[in-house]
Design a binder for this molecule. Structure first.
Ligand code: MN
Length: 284
């Protein structure tokens, strides 16, 4: 399955608290196997599942067993530890989506795990555009999803020829993931499938398109903590990640169990060198 990972990037590890972006598909499930992710753990983060086409079944260790479809948000707050499995459904025979992670700040990362699904998210219509706010606040509307730092995640659809100005927070940083179609930010072309980092210090984002497009707007308050991201864990130093790995390998009760056929994912070996905590960008 082709996956485009635009975050973390060598020079840009985070945008606000967003720390991981995988864009997959569209995949034709009549000729290709879809998503089959056996039970695996997470710590210190939220997983955000956002679909453009298709459906995914989510099963986790806090008892959730739900399907997510386009326009709905599946949000899993791992806190101190959770495990889950994800499988695409056979129908419809296409899969296209984005998997994102949000880092939890120190004060919130040890919380108990929980899962939420939101089928009724706020929509905003603008001339030539429709915006769905799935995390945080934008354009005067708020997603009901639980967030633990000032953040925004929104899907923006622009009609052919549309041009929009979106008010944003001056002290937050932003990026745009161009999912499909063509788009420009302040008259600069964004490459298809690219994550365009827009930085901060502006009150309006000017986006326009010729043929129409779909994109995600991701942003938030710059995340100043240094973190270690390794495999499916986020911690603060090498030793903590090593303990998380040992806990998963040792079937520690914090990770619970997932009602799912087949074996779970085993953690890879830690590297021979010590993992280093890093900031949100290369220069920091
Ligand atoms: Mn996962």
């Amino acid at each position: 399955m082709l996956v485009r990972r635009t975050l973390p990037h060598r020079d840009r590890r985070m945008v606000g608290a967003w720390c991981f972006i995988d864009h997959y598909g569209p995949i034709d499930l009549s000729i290709t196997q879809g998503m089959r992710v056996p039970p695996h753990p997470h710590t210190g983060l939220q997983t955000v599942s956002w679909l453009l086409e298709g459906a995914i079944r989510h099963t986790d260790s806090v008892g959730s067993h739900v399907d997510v479809r386009p326009g709905q948000l599946n949000l899993m707050t791992a806190g101190r530890g959770i495990s889950h499995a994800e499988d695409s459904l056979a129908e419809p025979a296409v899969l296209h989506g984005i998997q994102l992670w949000v880092a939890l700040p120190e004060a919130m990362r040890h919380q108990l795990p929980h899962f939420e699904q939101h089928a009724n998210l706020p929509h905003v219509k603008l001339p030539g555009a429709e915006v769905v706010v799935f995390m945080g606040a934008l354009l005067g509307v708020h997603s009901p999803a639980a967030t633990y730092s000032p953040i925004v995640g929104a899907e923006i659809r622009l009609d052919p020829g549309a041009s929009v100005q979106i008010p944003v927070e001056r002290d937050h940083e932003y990026a745009v993931l161009l999912v499909d179609g063509d788009a420009r930010y302040s008259n600069e072309v964004i490459a298809e499938h690219a994550l365009a980092y827009l930085g901060s210090n502006r009150d309006l984002l000017h986006l326009d398109t010729s043929k129409g497009c779909r994109m995600l707007l991701l942003g938030g308050e710059p995340f100043e903590e240094q973190i270690v991201m390794w495999w499916n864990f986020i911690g603060r130093d090498h030793d903590e990640i090593s303990r998380m790995r040992d806990a998963w390998q040792g079937h520690h009760e914090d990770f619970g169990s997932v009602n799912h056929a087949g074996p779970r994912l085993e953690a890879p070996q830690l590297p021979n060198t010590r993992l280093t905590a890093r900031g949100r960008s290369r220069e920091k």
